[in-house]
Structure formats: structure tokens, C-alpha cells
Design a protein around this ligand. Sequence first.
Ligand SMILES: [Zn+2]
Length: 159
Amino acid sequence: MRAEYIRTKAAQLIAETACRDPFEAACLTGAQVAFKDLGSLKGAYFPAFKTPVIAVNQSLDDNTKKIVCAHELGHHILHSRTAQSCRELRFDSKAGILEREANIFAAAFLIDYDKALSLLKDGYTVDQTAAILETSTQLLEFLLSLGGIVQAPCGSFLK
Ligand SMILES: [Zn+2]
């Protein structure tokens, strides 16, 4: 799956649901979001249930919950037919193909790319831009790397 295709899917969902709220968008696309005690897992996606379930670890902070939900939403939109279930320990930029695709979806869904570019052009750093857009620096760097703006961040998205 090409990054451009995934970004188009994210843009379509934003247009259809008129929001960048992954919890609301998940419900509107037929998935149920559940906040659970998942131990060391950040989140999970179970497509085989009658109603597909996106589970988010209830102990995460609000911003991380949003990123995890958007990542699982990516699996729901892109992989509901191919994946058995997804259990996330961490989100790595060098993880497998399905994980990378879900990360691309999450970044494109949560972050207004044009707004990010405009803030960077105005002289804000990547850290400052991420803070203004209420997202993580790593996720923003990942999105920018898709456009060739910065090098892909190494290591884990969410520790
Ligand atoms: Zn995943």
C-alpha cells in the first residue's frame, strides 16, 4: 500500500466524519472503542468480533490514547480483512508493513500536514509545532519524513 493512498484514505475519513477525533471516527466507521486495563499493551484491534473492537489502555495519558486509537483505526480502515488481531506493545518506525501503514494512517489522520508545514515555515521548531498541534514530536517527524521534509525518526514512537 502506498503512503499516498493511505493519506488519501485518512483525508476521506476526515471529510466524511468532519473531525480528526479518532474515537468519534472509530464509532462512525462501525468499530467499538473500549478503554481497558491492558497491562503492558498500548492498544489492540480485534476485527473478527461481530462489532470490531479497538481497545485502548486506560492508563495512558489523553494524547497517547488519541495516537493509539488513531493507529488502531488505521488497522480498522486498512486491514480489517487481512489482520487476525493486532496487539501493540510499542509503535516502531521500523516495524512490519502493517504497523507502518497504521502509523502512516494515524499521522495523516491526526496531524494537519499543511498547518504543520506553515508553522515550520514560520520558524517554529518541530517540537514547538508538535506542541501547538497537540501531538507527539515523533509522530510529526514521521509524517514529515513521508514528505521528505526530515529524516525518519529512529526507534520507538511511544515508549
Ligand atoms: Zn498496530
